[in-house]
Design a binder for this molecule. Sequence first.
Ligand code: AMP
Length: 481
Amino acid sequence: MTTKKFRDFRLSEEIFKAIEMLHFENPTDVQERVIPAILNKKDTIIKSQTGSGKTAAFAIPICELIKWDEYKPQVLVVTPTRELASQVKDDIFNIGRFKRIKAVAVFGKSPIESQIKDLNQKTHFVVGTPGRLIDLISKGALDVSNIKYLVLDEADEMLNMGFIEQLKEIIDTIKTDRITTLLSATMPKDIKKLCEDYMKNPKYFDIQNDTNMEARVTQSVYTIENESKINLLEDLLIFENPDTAIIFCNTRKSVDNIVKEFEELNYPFKKLHGGMDQRERTKVMNDFKKGYFRYLVATDVAARGIDIENVTHIFNYDMPIDKDIYVHRIGRTGRVDNKGIAISIVTPKEMKFFNKIQKQLSYNIEVKERPSKYALRKKKIRFTNKIKSKPNLKKTKGAELTKEILKLHINAGKKTKMRPTDVVGAISNIENVNASDIGIINITDVSTFVEILNNKGEYVFEKLQTTPIKGRLRNVSKANN
Ligand code: AMP
């Protein structure tokens, strides 16, 4: 953390207000360095570890810089995974809320038609995964002619996933008169080359720092024979009694083995891996973020960039094969100001991976002895009570922001030629309400959704019962958020 304050940056009140309501007290290191650079319209390369506040480091200045009244998208953010795309979109939405910034997330394995509909409306940001972005660009559904800000998030992961050529294809469609931001946890040579080829005198920020991870996350390792792995995991869960944990596996099969065991034990868990249908994946991730269950058993689809508050423990049920994966996984705990615990289980076969990782770290991971039967007996009751009890629900990120916003549904849409100006006109004619009280407007074929800000929702809702919109009284109700 730094001594600089957000108020030291040249930002507008709408952005300050969102930062305050998100409880970001002071800028993190990466934010202190990157926000001014982007505000000064510099290309930036950010080598930063996960959990450092890197999303807000680019989202804050770009939300500040974009022009609200332009119709075509101005910002394109490319991310390696669908989960990260939705999360980045949500972060942008929260930061840009009072500036009424619209962001759309697009990714594969989800219906393209509804994404095309979203893109037909005014939007400021588009966040997406490479394959789907190319699809949408080539179909003419995503107009990139006005993109002025390009963000490549988790670039090294896009490289690992084989997206480098697609990434170049996307960059080539964007005009060169743009500001490019690249974020990466590591800087392999292909990424360096990408920066050389596609960026203009970029400013380089290296925020990565192992010792920080050492301070944030207490790390230990247990060695065990393969056959006893699952028993050791169960013992460690009893011994550590985590409030919330992610149990990482290298393969889906390994996830399924744990699932079988946990089902028998009635543990409060869900699984997550790439073989699951996208809707289910999103649901599991959202439920975990809200604190509906305690243990997430997952492959590395959950390791990258995903931000979940207060995960107290990370277990490496299978040892990751390299240091980057290890760092990404354990980075799911100990985020920003919290401390976390990461425990790895290593079989003789996996020892070579562990040794390699240990060599590359600048600190030692403590090797621990399996807890004794006596120690486990002493802890068992507390553990059983906890897994039977309901976890504390977590507030979702934008909850506080949402409190003073009410979304209304108007029973008329494009088919009846409803336009945003009709809605703004009617609402801002209501006494004591003006355009700055109106948030995002979304018009579909037969419906219009409009957000009313500043705690004026109930009042506007009442007034619209007797106020015509586009010449007629409309059926107006409160929409579910
Ligand atoms: P990221 O590294 O972008 O995944 O962010 C990690 C977490 O830090 C997210 O939950 C952010 O909402 C949170 N965060 C970002 N900036 C700040 C800040 N200045 N103060 C406190 N939390 C922050």
